[in-house]
Design a binder for this molecule. Structure first.
Ligand code: G6P
Length: 608
């Protein structure tokens, strides 16, 4: 996610903006910019790369204005470049906007505004907001922003400055965080608390649909109907390190809690008004996609587990055969791929050496290649024919969490799209799944709220020599991801198995000292999973089950049960995996491990 800072007060705005943006640097970004109101002009400075590049230009001739907005951008729409960096201005440079989030209907709005004579200079969705405010402006900036927001679909946190409104910033949000630090004769708008801590600990938390007019003297907040409202206030007691983590103990925990937003933003803009999934990023027309006889997915680590889920979804919904392979294996075998193969590389970093090499191997053999990644402009995007971006925002914890569930959101979209193009699911069937996917962020939110039960389970994980994770069907990749998380951050050995295979080997490991974690959600193999659980129980195993709310029988088969909301079977992988992420997290914390930087592991593996 990008960083936003806005300032109105007595100090030189650039000083506050650069300091605030620096305090958000830990989140990662690829370009930065500021706009300052100065003697009736708006002075905009933007640079690609680190803040130091921006600071050098500003230090050479610092604008003296005391009202301004700033931004660090993590690219989503359009590559990292000076043109795409924020702030974005309107046609004659009167107003500037910084924005976090995704505007779903920006293409339609851009067309409409272009037809009305507005000239665009960037590839971003954000620039639409600048021109929309310009079109709505008749002298009152707050009203213009309100009118513009009424036209936007999607998620946003914005700050707006105008050359004719020195001493005023307008801030608003929907589904993206935004706060206002209340100072003494100065107020600071920011996407995150660290940016205001050098000035104040008194923080106003804007809510969805609220629009704030911020001046040095005060903050007036209205809702979208124009009625005045009083947002929540809090006194921040965190130090800077805690504030960077949003008050969580670790980045990993913060990122686990960011999953509802990561899923929501990855799904944004994918459903058209005609009830059809939109995926123009594939850069393949429907005929070319229908000519695809098979799909091959290559990935490593956690991304490999997303690939396994994709196989089940695509085969079930689109009835196209799917092969999944580790990138490191694929590149050194003689894979059967050709012009009738769609190769999908899944990689959160977009830089994994094995995945890049596997992708090249496939393309050399004539396959069409697309990638699913979280990093705009990463190497994999330059070597693919099409790219589906996940919108999880930067992930700092080494162990993938929110990037994984965002990948899952993306593979649901891809599978539905293939099913639609291949004529395997009707518009109504696609719509039904889509509606359930839309509910997923709330499902995850409910699971996160039940953390106490997961912590209680973790306390039972008393340093075992090993552990076994079981599941069936779509529960297998969930079990594999749960085991990988536990291994990565707690250093407890964990083995994942398809539960039906357990009797062919792993059952020999079962003792009361080896806990068994089982994904036992409702679905067509539920009874089979329960039988497998009975097999391990009979050998003295301690069982923890992830089960569906309302499953009154499961308590007979497991010592501990983590209940998650009921969802259709094919959508159950996300509810299954979230408690397992938290289980691994708590076990690791109880063992005193550094969950953000586990030993021997790297976030991005750019060597073979
Ligand atoms: C590293 C990371 C894992 C990740 C894997 C694949 O091992 O620690 O979290 O799953 O690389 O990375 P990718 O960027 O290709 O998804």
């Amino acid at each position: 996610m990008c960083g936003i800072v806005g300032y109105v007060g007595q100090k030189r705005a650039t000083d506050v903006l650069l300091k605030g943006l620096a305090s958000l640097e830990y989140r990662g970004y690829d370009s930065a910019g500021v706009a300052v109101v100065c003697d009736g002009e708006l002075m905009v400075t933007r640079r690609v790369g680190k803040l130091a590049a921006l600071r050098d230009v500003i230090d050479a001739a610092p604008p003296q204005g005391t009202t301004g907005i700033g931004h660090t951008r993590w690219a989503t729409h359009g590559r990292p470049s000076e043109e795409n960096a924020h702030p974005h201005i309107d046609c004659d440079g009167a107003l500037a906007v910084v924005h976090n989030g995704i505007i779903e209907n920006y293409m339609d709005l851009r067309e409409e505004l272009t037809a009305a004579g507005h000239a665009f200079t960037s590839e971003t969705d954000t620039e639409t907001i600048s021109h929309l405010i310009e079109a709505c402006y008749t002298g009152d900036l707050t009203s213009a922003v309100q009118a513009a927001l009424a036209r936007l679909d999607g998620a946003y946190a914005i700050a707006v400055a105008h050359r004719d409104h020195p001493g005023e910033i307008i801030a608003a949000r929907k589904d993206s965080p935004l706060i206002i630090g209340i100072g003494d004769g100065e107020n600071i708008v920011a996407s995150d608390i660290p940016a205001v801590l050098a000035y104040t600990r008194d923080v106003m938390i804007l809510d969805d649909g609220q629009v704030a007019t911020v001046t040095a003297a005060g903050v007036r907040v209205v809702d979208l109907s124009g009625a005045e409202v009083t947002p929540e206030r809090m006194l921040v007691e965190w130090d800077l390190a805690a504030a960077e983590k949003g008050g969580y103990d670790d980045f990993m925990l913060k990122e686990i809690h960011e999953q509802p937003r990561a899923i929501r933003e990855t799904l944004l803009g994918r459903m058209g008004d005609d009830g059809r999934i939109q995926l123009s990023e594939l850069a393949m027309d429907d005929d070319a996609l229908r000519a695809i006889a098979r799909v091959t997915i290559i990935a490593c680590g956690t991304s490999y587990h997303a690939a396994l889920v994709a196989k089940t979804l695509i085969e079930t919904w689109a009835r196209v055969p799917v092969e999944v392979d580790f990138s490191s294996e694929f590149r050194y075998r003689e894979p059967i791929v050709g012009p009738d193969t769609l190769v999908v590389a899944i990689t959160q970093s977009g830089e994994t050496a094995d995945t890049l090499a596997a992708l090249r191997t496939a393309r050399q053999r004539g396959a069409r290649a697309i990638s699913i990644t979280n990093v705009v402009g990463s190497r994999v995007t330059r070597e693919s024919d099409g790219v589906i971006y996940t919108h999880a925002g930067p992930e700092i914890g080494v162990a993938a969490t929110k990037t994984f569930t965002a990948q899952l959101a993306a593979v649901y979209v891809l599978a539905l799209y293939l099913a639609q193009v291949h004529g395997r699911l009707s518009v109504d069937e696609v719509r039904a799944v889509w509606d359930q996917l839309q509910a997923m962020p709330d499902v995850v939110q409910r699971i996160l709220a039940d953390d106490a039960a997961i912590l209680a389970c973790a306390e039972e994980f008393d340093s075992p020599v090993s552990s076994l994770f079981l599941g069936r069907g779509i529960g297998v990749p969930a079990a594999m991801e749960g085991a990988l998380k536990l291994k990565e951050i707690s250093y407890i050995h964990a083995e994942a198995y398809a539960a039906g295979e357990m009797k062919h080997g792993p059952i020999a490991l079962i003792t009361p000292e080896v806990p068994v974690v089982v994904v036992a959600l409702q679905g067509h193999t539920y009874e089979k999973v329960v039988s497998n659980v009975q097999e391990v129980r009979a050998r003295g195993a301690q069982v923890m089950a992830v089960a569906t709310e309302g499953d009154t029988a499961i308590g007979k088969h497991a010592e501990h049960v983590l209940f998650v909301p009921a969802v259709p079977e094919l959508l159950s992988v996300i509810p299954a995996v979230v408690p397992l992420q938290l289980l691994a997290y708590h076990v690791a914390k109880l063992r005193g491990c550094n969950v953000d930087q586990p030993r021997n592991l790297a976030k991005s593996v750019t060597v073979e």
